[in-house]
Design a protein around this ligand. Sequence first.
Ligand code: ADP
Length: 255
Amino acid sequence: MTTGAEVILKGVEVRFNRAVALPATDLTLERGRFTALVGPSGCGKSTLMNVVAGFQPLSAGEVLLDGRPIAAQSDRIGVVFQQYALFPWMTALGNVRFALRSLGLGRAEEKARAEEALAEVGLSDHMRKYPAQLSGGMRQRVALARSFVRRPALLLMDEPFGALDAQTRLSMHRLLSRIFLKAGATVLFITHDIDEALMLADRVLVMSPGPGRILRDYAIDLPRPRNPAELPHAVKAEILDLLHPAFSQTCPPST
Ligand code: ADP
């Protein structure tokens, strides 16, 4: 089992030319917690994630992973994006093995670990297939297997299930909850979908319209696996109100 990393952002600011994309932000991601980030389009969610991934140069501030600069520790970070980003010329197994290549494992161990990760996401029978032969949900399972096969201390996910249909999303939520409980990694997850955030996260951060500040920080203390019918409706209503105030103001309150 991995021990999740602690991530600390201190006064992090990002500007593109002179436009502020992310105003000065302080944030701690606690070890082994699953944090979801929601907010309107363009508020800076992806910028914040790129900062935490070490991809985005900072205009001010610093980001520490277990007390050391994050940029030097990319081998401890896994990322999953909405686009599958699998190598089309490699099989599912080849794609997952590729992620292990730089670890210098022996061939047998590399193969065994990749097969185990693919079994974990329910793809044992499809390991020899190429991405074009897999459904969208299966491709995203491969991407998930590829990201956790290295046992990252920090897993960053930017709308990973945004392109999937509702049923497939639901099964991905169950799968990710199971993997998260087992892996113990710290997770930062961007989504547009409030239900998805409440299904998966221990903590939901809500950002304001761009340049986004973190407006609210909700703790979601529900056991896993969660049932979509039992999500906290009051929290969902509050977040909807924060994200769409004009909408809620035009609707008379129900009595
Ligand atoms: P979100 O993920 O919440 O939709 P982004 O982080 O992608 O928001 O963008 C935040 C702001 O930064 C937006 O105004 C966007 O146009 C701007 N931005 C993002 N990336 C770049 C870039 N590479 N160059 C210039 N502006 C950018």
